[in-house]
Design a protein around this ligand. Sequence first.
Ligand code: NAD
Ligand code: MG
Length: 405
Amino acid sequence: MKGIAVLGATGSIGVNTLDVIARHPDRYRAVALGAHRNVELLLQQIRQFEPLIAALTDPAAAGVLEQRVRELGLRTRVLGGPGSLEALATLPEVDQVMAAIVGAAGLRSTLAAARAGKRLLLANKESLVMSGPLLMSAVRASGCELLPIDSEHNAIFQCLPPGSNPGAGPEGVRRILLTASGGPFRDWSAEAIAGATPEQACKHPNWVMGRKISVDSASLMNKGLELIEACFLFGLPPSGVQILIHPQSVVHSMVEYIDGSVLAQLACPDMRTPIAYGLAWPQRIEAGTDFLDLVRTRQLDFLAPDTTRFPCLALARAVADTGGLAPAILNAANEVAVTAFLERRLNFPDIATVIEWVLSRAGGGRAAGESIRSLDDVLQADAEARELALECCRNHGAATRSVHA
Ligand code: NAD
Ligand code: MG
């Protein structure tokens, strides 16, 4: 019986994780559930899974939750505040941590899980993008098992030789072929993309996901973050990762070997497949998904991405080459710009404009490519980039209001 902490329990990945756990009550127990401020959903999950401990990082919401839990006579202990997720991640009863908080908010708890030597099921790609060298060295130091949950990286992991070490360039690999659906604007003209609304950006053709990653998928920044993620996870240079637009989202990624072989992992687009793989590895368990019918799929297309209509991808590749603090700066600027777009304070194409502007100014006197010495370095770069991005969003605000009027 494995104890699981689900951080981001109320999100898309969290809900899917609990769905898989509920299918295997003999193997897994959700002992810790953490989220931001969704009291109703977390309470419902507490009633169903009866975890030892639950946490909301928003202190006011945690107070409400604690009262409701007490009124219902439930035995779950409730924690609140920013440090509560780290407490969940390091609990002795926890064997595996599903890191499924969205954005930089997941950084500390992801690092805490790695340092505590828990099996780390990594969905929170932003934490790896921000602090890749720190997180990977924490993984190596504690000897924790790092299982990528992002469907592409999970596919790559499945196609690599067993026993490949995290962050070490696997033997015999020539390239990784990272697939992308292309998002909802794949076939839109630049003019149409310029007028895109948050609702259109969040309507992904193949996946149902949280709003932030949905916008990232529409701008292809998601693939840019995944490129950086792949370099850290698998120890490859950015030039060793080719990005392919694959509209069907059936081939989740591929590994090309020096003998000319290409291995691929295929499945219906359903996050429960990589989640179940991460939970059970090296075994396999049922995940509740549909099974592929390739006769019905019929066609698998692959195209080169268009970085003119999707400049975020080019920005991310440049940042992957620069390394150091540059990925943290890119990630912070993107988070601020995506929030502004979702709140209709920014036009869709200005997400890239903001990121580019911030990248050209951030660094606080240090070169963006300078290597990361500590978590403080990362947090400082993140905070500075956020401030710059907010300033840039304000400057673009007036133009945006007229488009959305
Ligand atoms: P989501 O928005 O549906 O859920 C996010 C979760 O994080 C929620 O539980 C929320 O309570 C919590 N959260 C948000 N802000 C927080 C804060 N400030 N402090 C603490 N907790 C906070 O997001 P999602 O789609 O489930 O994605 C989660 C992560 O998984 C992201 O990093 C995303 O890139 C990655 N991912 C998601 C998918 C997918 O299919 N949804 C696929 C691959 C990777
Ligand atoms: Mg992905």
